[in-house]
Ligand binder design. Structure first.
Ligand code: SF4
Length: 353
């Protein structure tokens, strides 16, 4: 299992297999309207060969976290605090030149839309070959052979001729495969996949997910898989981090979190998911309200304006006291362990059948 975090904010030592260790990460943007707290004290680890899923609604901080890991934030308007330890080296304080060397080499990213990552002006083969030449010093000939090898691995037919095609000559699914080939060409130790299959139809989506799993097995890559789709995450991830308002609100193995979720926000995400075989006349249960403003987040538990269970917590703790996330398998919520279990069994589980 991927080693998950110690207490939020704690500077825990990196585990023996931990390739990436993020500790108490805080990311703030300066805007005309004030300071946006996009990530607010987040900690997690990723091991080689394992997948950490990160789920949450838009604006929960999942994508910002990963762009920050890659050093792709704007340093002029963004403040980053905490530690991002890649094999023990802190990327928060690393110079841009060092980050440039890491990107595409040790750490690579697959985006939702391949058209934002692939240039329309260069052939697919050239775009796969260039990072390989840059990071390994390979010759043009070697890099072209490597590009063909990668296109073969990701299942592009006739790779010897398709290597000279431009992105517009590829279908959407093929472009996504080409982007995966580009991301994996230097055998990165860590791959960040941000909603990599959202724009694809279900069949192609399943093929791409299988491909990622196969490549992970072959290369031993650690993957951070960002999505809002809990169905996809159950298939892909070893461990799961549920994010809300820039923080982790629940974490554990993917099996634990999806089978016995402990946080009202995770209950909401699961209840709002369409299920195969469910009575079609049965309404979905969307989470009421909208995600909070990160300019002016709510006091206490950030989920309290949308939570149906604040009445179960004595006093006004939900609106005044921020719950912390404990160690290991944990949920940041003031409900007692017994309350979480009985509410889940009596109220939430029946909705998930
Ligand atoms: Fe709901 Fe209170 Fe738990 Fe927050 S702390 S999730 S508001 S019950």
């Amino acid at each position: 299992m991927t080693t998950l975090t110690k207490t939020e904010g704690e500077k825990a030592p990196t585990g023996p297999d931990s390739f990436l260790s993020v500790r108490d990460l805080r990311v703030r943007f300066s805007t005309e309207d004030g300071i946006v707290k996009a990530v607010d004290g987040l900690s997690f680890d990723v091991e080689r060969g394992k997948t950490l899923g990160i789920v949450g609604e838009s604006g929960s901080g999942k994508s910002v976290t990963n762009l920050t890991v890659l050093g792709l934030h704007n340093p002029k308007s963004t403040t980053v605090e905490g530690e991002i330890l890649l094999e023990g080296r802190d990327l928060v304080t690393a110079p841009e030149k060092e980050l440039e060397k890491l990107r595409g080499n040790k750490v690579a990213m697959i985006f939702q839309d391949p058209l934002t990552a692939l240039s329309p002006y260069y052939t697919v083969g050239r775009q796969i070959a260039e990072p390989y030449m840059k990071h390994t010093g390979a010759s043009k000939k070697e890099a072209r052979a490597r590009a063909i090898e990668m296109l073969t691995k990701v299942g592009i037919p006739q790779p010897e001729s398709r290597v000279d095609d431009y992105p517009h000559q590829f279908s959407g699914g093929m472009r996504q495969r080409a982007m995966i080939a580009m991301a994996l060409v230097c055998d990165p130790d860590l791959l960040i996949a941000d909603e990599p299959t959202t724009a694809l139809d279900v069949t192609v989506q399943a093929q791409i997910l299988d491909l990622l799993k196969d490549l992970q097995q072959e290369f031993g890559t650690g993957i951070i898989f960002i999505t809002h789709d809990l169905g996809v995450i159950s298939d892909m991830a070893d461990d799961l981090l549920v994010m809300y308002s820039g923080r982790a609100v629940e974490r554990g193995s993917v099996r634990e979190v999806l089978r016995q979720p402990k946080h009202p926000y995770t209950w909401g995400l699961l209840s709002s998911m369409p299920r195969l075989g469910a009575d079609v006349s049965q309404a979905l249960n969307p989470i009421p309200g909208s995600p909070p403003s990160l300019l002016n987040p709510p006091s206490g538990c950030p989920f309290h304006p949308r939570c149906a269970f604040t009445g179960e917590v004595p006093g006004d703790r939900c609106s005044t006291e921020r719950p912390s996330l404990g160690e290991g398998r944990a949920a940041a919520c003031h409900l007692t362990a017994e309350q979480k279990q009985s509410i889940f069994i009596d109220t939430i589980q029946p909705r998930l059948r």
